[in-house]
Write a protein that binds this ligand. Structure first.
Ligand SMILES: NC(=O)c1ccc[n+]([C@@H]2O[C@H](COP(=O)([O-])OP(=O)(O)OC[C@H]3O[C@@H](n4cnc5c(N)ncnc54)[C@H](O)[C@@H]3O)[C@@H](O)[C@H]2O)c1
Length: 203
């Protein structure tokens, strides 16, 4: 399609799946990730001293996908200002819902820390602000549920029991909704928060 796409956290699990999907559509992808991760732009987005002095204005993007697992929202917002068509903010179910500590007890998975919930909640609020203040650029938020990454049967079973569709997510489950929200089919959708969680939030 020839769109210019910026993806933060491009070398992580979801970032790589998103990069591949946009490339398959014929888009031009630029990734940002931490130094040493192999992205086109190597930068710690949580380090204001370097991230905020980067010459972003020399870059022009149609789509900005804010996917990196940063602790702060501010730098993602600075980047989003360079989107000409649409912004996707990747949040989490835990940006909109509390996490149930009993899910994690006696499993290998660490409970969700407070900073994570707060940073993901910020992406939801930012989406609302951007949609009202940056239009006609569209801004939407995707909240994935837990993505399966070789978790133990114990955790996987417990998690799946909380999901109407009966399983954890895969990266591909998240990619489709992102592509839809970036497409012309979603041209009248902005400021929305899409839970992509197999129904976790619907109980
Ligand atoms: N994995 C899940 O179950 C899950 C569930 C809900 C939401 N999410 C969200 O999906 C997004 C992608 O997560 P993932 O599972 O692919 O994680 P991941 O750890 O595989 O990838 C995250 C990427 O972000 C990069 N990153 C982290 N801090 C950064 C910084 N300060 N500056 C630049 N890059 C930085 C990392 O190097 C990594 O490549 C995250 O925003 C995460 O919160 C993940």
């Amino acid at each position: 399609m020839g769109r210019r796409v910026l993806i933060t956290g491009s070398e992580g699990h979801l970032g790589r799946a998103l990069r591949d999907a946009f490339l398959m559509l014929g888009d031009d992808v630029t990734g940002i990730d931490l130094p040493g991760m192999g992205a086109e732009i190597e930068l710690d987005l949580d380090d204001r001293a370097t991230a905020w002095t980067y010459k972003w204005e020399k870059l022009k993007f149609d789509i900005v996908v804010c996917n990196a697992k940063t602790q702060t929202w501010n730098c993602h917002h600075q980047l989003a200002l360079y989107a000409r068509q649409c912004i996707i903010n990747i949040s989490s179910i835990y940006g909109a819902l509390g996490s149930d500590p009993s899910l994690y007890e006696g499993t290998e998975v660490e409970p969700t820390p407070a900073w994570y919930a707060a940073s993901k909640g910020a992406m939801v609020a930012l989406t609302k602000w951007q949609s009202c203040n940056l239009a006609p650029v569209r801004s939407n938020c995707v909240c994935p549920g837990g993505i399966f990454r070789g978790h133990s049967d114990n955790f996987n079973r417990r998690y799946a029991a909380k999901v109407p569709l009966g399983r954890m997510a895969t990266e591909d489950d998240i990619v489709g909704p992102v592509l839809f929200l970036c497409s012309d089919a979603a041209r009248y959708i902005t400021g929305q928060v899409l839970m992509v969680d197999g129904g976790y939030s619907a109980w």
